[in-house]
Design a protein around this ligand. Structure first.
Ligand SMILES: Cc1cc2nc3c(=O)[nH]c(=O)nc-3n(C[C@H](O)[C@H](O)[C@H](O)COP(=O)(O)OP(=O)(O)OC[C@H]3O[C@@H](n4cnc5c(N)ncnc54)[C@H](O)[C@@H]3O)c2cc1C
Length: 255
């Protein structure tokens, strides 16, 4: 299928690319970069071969206090089901965009919560693998293939106060198209503070900028190109390394 990443991705950057559709669990992901909902991607005009799960993997259901979902299910749908079923544990996904597969691959989270806290098992196409056996860390996980399905162990009681807290944090984020945090926070520090310290908060390059509201958000002010976004990323890395001897690592996946 043809995907126009200028429309599909949250950063609104990239061209129209032919993307393989993954229709069944026998799919061999070897040559492909797997695209979820492109909420954490900066896509060039000549990406490697791409593949995306088809809509049949967009589903979720509750079995007691366990939530089972397909890899393409958006976070908003997971949260809605938790609310309806009055289950707690995934409140931090309120306003955190992405598909289940992307959330697991990124071990996405907010504050001191992340996806693996509640993850029970993941099916990469050959049956359920215990989540405890999957190596993961801050905004990363070592996955052995495509996330087709996964399950979370939740608890009784969706916490509306937590939901309100996470939504308030979201409300303070930049409104322009972005992919969330551009860089991971280095140990003991904040990427946003470092970007500000090297004079790049609010810095504009063509249609791309580091937000004046939140320096670690790379935003598209309108018509930003891959090259402009990459220039800003490289400039921030260079300046932070020169000034603080800290090597910033992108949280955004550059494809
Ligand atoms: C406004 C905004 C706010 C954000 N806030 C946060 C935040 O607070 N915390 C946070 O952690 N992130 C945040 N993000 C980033 C983003 O929401 C997460 O990284 C999310 O997990 C991306 O999911 P996705 O489906 O869009 O994955 P994509 O962006 O499409 O892909 C991300 C990674 O997941 C892999 N992947 C995707 N699907 C699968 C699959 N089925 N199987 C295997 N691998 C797969 C891709 O190969 C890639 O490596 C934010 C983004 C935006 C736009």
């Amino acid at each position: 299928m043809l995907i126009n990443f200028q429309q599909y991705s949250s950063l609104k950057i990239g061209g129209a690319v032919e993307v393989e559709t993954i229709a069944d669990r026998g799919f061999d992901p070897a040559p492909f970069f797997i695209v979820g909902n492109a909420r954490n991607l900066l896509v060039s005009n000549s990406p490697p071969p791409l593949a995306v799960l088809d809509r049949s993997f967009d589903y979720c259901r509750v079995e007691g206090e366990v939530l089972v979902a397909g890899g393409k299910t958006p976070s908003g749908k997971l949260v809605s089901l938790c609310k309806r079923a009055d289950l707690g544990g995934l409140e931090f996904l309120c306003g955190l965009p992405g598909s289940l597969g992307g959330l697991i691959a990124m071990n996405a989270g907010l504050k001191d919560r992340s996806v693996f806290d509640r993850l029970l098992w993941v099916d990469f196409g050959r049956g359920a693998i215990d989540a405890a056996c999957i190596e993961r860390g801050y905004r990363r996980a070592s996955l052995e293939g495509v996330v087709f399905e996964a399950a979370f162990r939740l608890e009784r009681g969706f916490d509306r106060a937590l939901e309100a807290l996470f939504m308030a944090i979201r409300a303070a984020h930049p409104k322009e198209p972005s992919a969330g945090s551009c860089f991971k926070n280095p140990i003991g520090g904040y990427a946003g503070g470092l970007i500000e310290a090297v004079g790049l908060r609010g810095f504009v390059r063509g249609g791309a900028a580091f937000s004046g509201k939140h320096a670690n958000f790379l935003v598209n002010l309108g018509g930003a190109t891959f090259e402009q976004a990459m220039w800003l990323i490289d400039e921030a890395k260079r300046r932070v390394l020169d000034s603080f001897d800290i090597a910033l690592e992108t949280e955004i996946k550059i494809v």
